[in-house]
Design a protein around this ligand. Structure first.
Ligand SMILES: *Cc1c(COP(=O)(O)O)cnc(C)c1O
Length: 378
């Protein structure tokens, strides 16, 4: 850690490794299990749109051609869908890649970046890669955004504030009034980056209109969205940014590899966008299963009296305070063929995050979780 290797920058050698977790196949092999349930990466448990599957059937014949570097068709459709100008859109090989673009384009060593704790790994790793100083604003004891703390943190010069709403891993969201307070507290030259990877899973009355809210601001802002979660295309890698203005989008475009979004991903995203029925089915199923999982976890806690804390999630996952090291609990679950994410971030080591699965997957998780809690050291 931290030592200089060949000619590489020291800060890069000392960056934390992103925890991408294990695949079902890897766990099956390692533990000699037949059936493994993966609930560790917030993947969609309710299937890919049949329209996507259809549109990919004959994609092979055109594989020799480079993809459209501008995502022209998808850009036009998406601009209409979300109600922004086409030049405000920027596409990435997953929205993760756009976080990378943002940091490369905006951050210099020593600049201050604010993010949330607990945090999505890349909101911290990529700023640190640029030599920026990352400060984290913790959620409250009730696992909600701490607006007072954000106001205090934003009172000092801040190059970028980047966090997810609903947040990953907590799942908390903001009221419109709290969001307005937070935005108003940011210095005029702070780039606000709000990652909306889970926006589709928020029930309509609580879903924020961040485009409307931020468009009223004369500041640089970026909203990040993805096809990886509610649109079920995590394996194809496509996400996008909505940028405050065309000029800012053009700057970001300079650090984008020209063919970063492949043909398959572009086709699939367009088909997924047009299949509204499937999106509704995924969202309704996720909301239903999220509530069911929460109820059953509460019942389990009532029975075991283990003081389980369940964060108020609006995403396709639940963060669970388990009053014991989350990584060890996740390891015990792994032996039972259930993959979840044991949180290891400082201050949040007693949490695990479980993705909302199908009813069968959630049932498997609950059984294994019950047994694994019992196996805890006293
Ligand atoms: C899953 C997730 C993403 C999505 O990343 P992609 O690269 O689009 O798959 C982005 N941000 C957060 C906070 C996430 O949890």
């Amino acid at each position: 850690m931290g030592s200089k290797i060949f000619g590489f920058r020291e800060v890069v050698g000392s960056l934390p490794v992103y925890n991408a977790g294990l695949s079902e196949e890897a766990v099956r092999r390692r533990y000699g299990l037949d059936e493994v349930v993966k609930l560790a990466s917030n993947e969609c448990a309710f299937g890919v749109s049949p329209a996507v599957v259809r549109c990919l059937r004959d994609v092979g014949a055109n594989a020799f051609r480079y993809p459209d570097p501008y995502c022209t068709e998808l850009r036009a459709a998406l601009a209409l869908e979300v109600g922004v100008r086409q030049e405000q859109l920027l596409f990435g090989n997953g929205s993760e890649e756009i976080i990378h673009f943002l940091c490369v384009a905006a951050l210099s060593p020593g600049e201050r970046v604010l993010t949330l704790a607990p945090s999505f790994g890349l909101h911290e790793i990529y700023p640190r890669m640029m030599g920026a100083t990352v400060e984290k604003v913790s959620v409250t004891a009730a696992l909600e955004f701490d607006i007072d703390a954000w106001e205090r943190a934003l009172a000092r010069p801040t190059r970028m504030a980047m966090f997810s709403v609903p947040s990953n891993p907590v799942g908390c969201t903001l009221s419109r009034a709290d969001c307005e307070r937070l935005v108003a507290a940011a210095p005029a030259d702070t780039i606000l980056v709000i990652d909306e990877a889970y926006r589709e899973f928020v029930a309509a009355p609580q879903r924020l209109d961040l485009i409307g809210l931020l468009s009223a601001q004369s500041r640089p802002w970026v909203l990040l969205r993805t096809f990886s979660k509610a649109y079920a295309l995590g394996g194809l890698r496509i996400g996008y940014a909505i940028v405050s203005d065309g000029d800012a989008a053009m700057v970001l475009d300079r650090v984008r590899p020209p063919f970063n979004v492949n043909r398959v991903a572009q086709l699939a995203a367009l088909a997924a966008l047009q299949d509204r029925d499937h999106l509704e089915y995924v969202v309704a199923s996720t909301q239903r299963e999220r509530a069911w999982l929460r109820e059953n976890l509460l019942a389990l806690d009532g029975r075991l009296g283990c003081g389980l804390r369940i964060a108020p999630s609006h995403g396709n996952f639940l963060l669970l305070g388990v009053r014991q090291p989350g990584a060890a609990l996740a390891q015990r679950l792994l032996h039972a063929g259930v993959i979840v994410k044991g949180w290891t971030e400082a201050g949040y080591e007693d949490f695990v995050r479980v993705s909302v699965g199908s009813r069968a997957q959630n049932t498997r998780f609950l059984e294994a979780f019950d047994a694994a809690l019992d196996g805890a050291p006293a």
